[in-house]
Design a protein around this ligand. Structure first.
Ligand code: CA
Length: 229
């Protein structure tokens, strides 16, 4: 049984989450505040944590930092905050994904399944060398991209970006992470964010049937990018 720790101070939402999760055979523990969350995480060793950022006793980002001190449990953030800064802060602190409130229960459950699946697949995913979609296939070892019956050429930078995205399918990769991985830790983010946009546009032209309505390389405005396989 997959155990979920729900960290949320809105009792009505907690009740709805418990009902929906238990109906799908998840084991559920609930914490109404950050201190309880950190205690229960240690005591119950959940498989995944669903975390509201606005808690009565501490900031959700500090709960993430506390958990990341000793645990790699996937953390799915539930955020009512509109600005992308807090979400980026949560992702940079070690959250795996976020869902904005209000969310549909179906969307939340899909993200939850994806978060759990990723941890189960981690040993395999790290060895992924072939990525197949309906429109193209990528051989990461041979560095070959095949689309519409022919090879598509990518620059080394495009390869690097694409590799990071496709080896974590469904996962939001922050701009900061991509910039650090591809251009190094010392980049000044403001001007490189433009580079990133340009490179992603190039990748879309090479991969997407309709680059202005991407199906595979999805932008999360102000936050980063996600590969949907
Ligand atoms: Ca709250």
């Amino acid at each position: 049984m997959t155990r979920v720790l729900v960290v949320e101070d809105d009792p009505q939402l907690v009740r709805a989450l418990i009902i929906n999760l238990q109906a799908r055979r998840y084991g559920v523990d609930a914490a109404p505040d950050g201190a309880t969350a950190l205690r229960l995480a240690t005591a119950r060793q959940p498989d995944v944590v669903m975390l509201d950022l606005g808690l009565p006793d501490m900031d959700g980002v500090d709960v993430i930092k506390g958990l990341r001190g000793w645990s790699r449990v996937p953390i799915l953030v539930l955020s009512a905050r509109q600005g992308s800064d807090e979400k980026v802060a949560a992702l940079d602190a070690g959250a795996d994904d976020y869902v904005s409130k209000p969310f549909s229960m179906e969307e939340l459950l899909a993200r939850l399944r994806a978060a759990v699946r990723r941890t189960e697949e981690t040993p395999l995913t790290s060895g992924v060398t072939l990525v197949e979609t309906a429109d193209f296939s990528i051989d990461l070892l041979a560095k070959k991209l095949h689309r519409d019956g022919r090879d598509v050429r990518l620059t080394p930078t495009e390869w690097h970006l694409l590799e990071i995205l496709v080896t974590s399918p469904g996962r939001l990769i922050t701009q900061k992470h991509l910039l650090e991985e591809v251009w190094g830790a010392n980049v000044t983010q403001s001007n490189k964010t433009n580079y990133l946009r340009v490179y992603m546009a190039q990748l879309r032209r090479k991969l997407e049937a309709d680059p202005s309505h991407p199906r595979y390389l999805i932008t999360e405005p102000g936050m980063g990018y996600r590969f949907e396989g």
